[in-house]
Each structure stands twice: as C-alpha cells, then as structure tokens.
Design a protein around this ligand. Structure first.
Ligand code: FMN
Length: 194
C-alpha cells in the first residue's frame, strides 16, 4: 500500500457525528472554503456558492425548519435515510447536523446539469481539508431533500442564498468530541481491466 499525506488523509477521514461546542478558528474556516473553490467544475463553471453559517440562532433556526419541513414531506424514493427521517424529525432532541458549530451549505445555479457533481467534489475537498486540520466533518443531506420547502428557502434567502439556487448539499464542521469508527469498505467494488 502506498502511503503519503494525501492518501493517508483520504483513508483516515471519517464522518463525525459528535462535535464540541467550541467554534473553529477563522483561518480554519477560510482554509476549508478555499479548498472548496479549488475543486474541479464542469466547463470550469464555478457557479456554486458556499455559505458558511456560524451564527448559533441561525443554526438553531435551520434545524427547526428542517424538523418542521419533514412533518409534511413525502419521500420520493425508498432510500433508507429518507424513510426514517420523518420519525427522526419528531424527536425533541433531533439535530440533523449534530450541534456542529459550523454548517457550510453548497448551492448552485438552477437547471445546471453538473450542479450536484461540482458541489459534491467541492464538499469532499472540504472534508479532506478539515481532516488534515484535525477537524471533524459530516455530509448533511437534509437541506437537499427539503430544497423546495417554502419556509426553509425563505429563511435561506434571508441568509443570502439566492432563491433560484438549488441546494445541493451541506457539511457539518467542528472540533471532534467523539471519534467515529471506520465503516468497512465493501468488497467487489473495484474492477481493473488490463
Ligand atoms: C450523498 C451522501 C449523503 C450523506 N448524508 C448524510 C446525512 O444526512 N447525515 C449523516 O450523518 N451522514 C451522511 N452521510 C455520511 C455517510 O453516512 C458516511 O459517509 C458513510 O456512512 C461512510 O462513513 P465515513 O464517511 O466515516 O467513511 C452522507 C454521505 C453521502 C456521500
């Protein structure tokens, strides 16, 4: 197995679901956002927007709007996470981004075929950069599922996310309170033809 800083960072990054309350440093946030915008994008579009939310009230409000939105949301497929989300949203202690002090929301222009691909590549840059700095991170999907929820979108608009943008994904970021164990990787997912 080849070892170098990048490969080891890729191998040892884990999704964090237990964060400390303490906010990350300004220079750490800037490094993550810079890592995001160095990701590749289709035709070099760079049409994404990364909105970092660090305001406690705003984070609380986003979680409350997610909880509310899922009450009347109808899953559009049988993806396991979607099936359980309504019950989860009803729990008093439900926090979709695990009380992380920073949430980075990746949005992109509408009707752009590579919107998700571009934002996902940027998010992985954020995750790896976070790991390289000793920070925890986790992909948070719920804002994408509720991207058309009127109340949530009105609030995200107040935060500066254009109404017409599609919400692709988001990243919870913070100092790690409890390390996650590695989920084993499945066999048979690599195929080499020579
Ligand atoms: C598209 C996508 C959506 C995800 N959504 C969530 C989510 O909403 N909440 C969450 O806790 N983890 C989410 N994850 C994280 C996965 O559960 C995690 O990557 C997987 O279990 C493997 O663990 P690892 O990241 O520690 O290697 C998501 C990951 C991806 C790629």
């Amino acid at each position: 197995m080849i070892h170098n800083e990048v490969l080891d960072c890729i191998r040892t990054r884990r999704s964090t679901r237990n964060f400390q309350e303490q906010q990350i440093k300004e220079e750490e946030l800037k490094a993550l956002l810079e890592a995001a915008i160095w990701a590749p994008s289709g035709s070099n579009s760079q049409s994404w927007l990364f909105t970092a939310v660090q305001n406690k009230e705003a984070l609380l409000k986003i979680n409350e709007l997610l909880k509310k939105g899922f009450q009347h949301w109808i899953p559009d497929d049988d993806y396991p996470g979607k099936l359980g989300v309504k019950a989860m949203a009803q729990r008093e202690d439900c926090h979709f981004f695990y009380h992380a002090p920073t949430l980075i929301i990746a949005s992109n222009r509408p009707n752009y075929e590579n919107a998700m691909a571009d934002c996902s590549l940027a998010l992985e840059n954020i995750f790896l950069a976070a790991h390289s700095l000793g920070l925890g991170s986790c992909y948070i999907n719920q804002l994408h599922w509720l991207r058309n929820d009127r109340e949530l979108r009105e609030y995200l608009f107040e935060l500066g996310i254009p109404k017409e943008h599609t919400i692709c994904s988001s990243a919870a970021i913070g100092y790690i309170d409890k390390e996650s164990s590695a989920s084993p990787r499945k066999d048979g997912t690599i195929h080499i033809i020579k």
